[in-house]
Design a protein around this ligand. Structure first.
Ligand code: ATP
Length: 391
């Protein structure tokens, strides 16, 4: 897998303008954009705002009318276009696979152009098929028409990654897929990116896709310029203009539930203690706290049991194995939405939240989530008030 571990390079667009012959307004106008190495940057905006043109200028499928594009610090004008495209993977809607070539031959295109040995290519094809979740034995010799849309898209991603390019351009890659396949491929792209750390420019006009996939999002407006460039949470809580707000549409609170990680909200700090803690000592910590329970943990602070004040009152000496076993937990990286779902299906009204190495970091109940939602809403209200709009 050594070859799939090359990280990305930064891309910088400096006052890039593109005018197509015969059009009055430019497709892209004096666009500045810094794309950090190893990040996914999403270009988001309505049809015709210049997303695709911006992307096509990065690999020189379109040439800028003016301005400069630096890739890894080098002006793209100084790089031969063919060479440039071999170092930039490109994934488009409906994959764009060659129908008369097998899956393996489709993936092998760039390595072949680079003159790789047959064995090396074959090995790479199998490695990539596995990477994108397709069994090489089954799919290697298949033709694209026999694959589902999702499978074709996976092959498209494998093909783009073939020569391990530092940059991937993805133009609405999941646009033609059904919602379930689309979500699955988004998840897999994020999982892949955890290992590969490519610089990815991703075009979409789907707000939810952008919020989920992007490390940063550039919201574009016609004619071809950026109105806000920020992290997803910042865009939701602090849209730069009414245009951005309208483009995002309603439901920002629900979106924040999907975006916010459990570890980022204020958790219920129920006290915890190990089994050898004196029961009466733990009781003194519990009462003034107004918490109805404490968490008993092992030596690594992993949660074992719940214990109530009533149970502690009966006890003298160490707590030992008293208490009710904890049957579930919530990971600190879970989204609030998933945590809510887990809570609603749990046997208890609260669940421990575990952080690194499964250590207890706090507890979550419906009211903790409700408080977090309220905090999000009041931030939104404040923002509207500041702008002089009615709350
Ligand atoms: N080859 C071309 N010749 C002339 N005009 C073009 C060409 N390509 C794009 N345009 C124009 O440039 C503008 C931006 O187009 P572009 O495809 O970049 O937008 P987009 O945001 O990607 O839109 P969509 O979401 O519909 O793909 C549009 O007005 C489009 O008509």
């Amino acid at each position: 897998m050594a070859e799939t571990n090359t990280g990305g390079v930064p891309i910088e667009l400096r006052k890039v303008t593109k005018r197509f012959a015969g059009s009055d307004e430019p497709a892209v106008q004096e666009l500045d954009l810094n794309i950090p190495a190893g990040e996914i940057v999403v270009l988001l905006g309505p049809s015709g705002c210049g997303k695709t043109t911006t992307m096509r200028m990065i690999n020189r499928l379109d040439e800028p009318t003016s301005g400069d594009i630096l890739i890894g610090g080098r002006s793209s004008r100084d790089i031969d276009p063919d060479r440039l495209r071999r170092h930039i993977g490109y994934v488009i809607q409906q994959a764009g696979l060659f129908p008369h070539l097998t899956v393996a031959a489709n993936i092998a295109q760039v390595p072949k152009m680079l003159g790789w040995e047959r064995d090396r290519i074959a090995e790479r094809v199998d490695e990539l098929l596995t990477l994108v979740g397709l069994e090489p034995e089954t799919y290697r010799e298949t033709y694209p028409r026999r694959l589902s849309g999702g499978q074709q898209q996976r092959v498209g991603v494998a093909r783009a990654l073939a020569a391990d390019p530092p940059v991937l351009l993805m133009d609405e890659p999941f646009g033609a897929l059904d919602p379930i396949t689309r979500e699955r491929l988004q998840d897999e792209l994020l999982r892949l990116q955890d290992d590969l750390a490519k610089t990815i420019v991703f075009v979409t006009h789907d707000v939810d896709e952008a919020l989920k996939i992007g490390d940063h999002i550039a919201i574009m407006q016609r004619p071809g310029h950026i109105v806000q460039y920020a992290r997803p949470a910042e865009i939701l809580t602090n849209p730069a203009s009414e245009y951005v707000e309208q483009f995002l549409g309603g439901g920002s609170s629900m979106r924040l539930l999907r975006l916010t990680k459990v570890g980022d909200i204020e958790l219920d700090q129920a006290p915890y203690a190990s089994e050898d803690t004196d029961a009466q000592e733990l009781l003194t910590r519990l009462e003034p706290d107004e918490h109805g329970y404490a968490v008993i943990t092992d030596g690594m602070r992993r949660p074992l049991r719940w214990i109530t004040p009533a149970a502690l009152e009966e006890l003298r000496g160490p707590i030992g194995t008293t208490g009710e076993p904890i049957t579930g937990s919530i990971g600190h990286r879970m989204t609030l939405q998933d945590a809510l779902e887990t809570l609603l299906n749990a046997d208890t009204d609260y669940l421990p939240v575990i952080g690194r190495r499964q250590a207890y970091v706090g507890a979550l109940s419906l009211s903790t989530v409700q408080n977090a939602i309220q905090a999000i809403k009041s931030r939104e209200r404040e923002r509207r008030l500041r702008r002089g709009e009615s709350p």
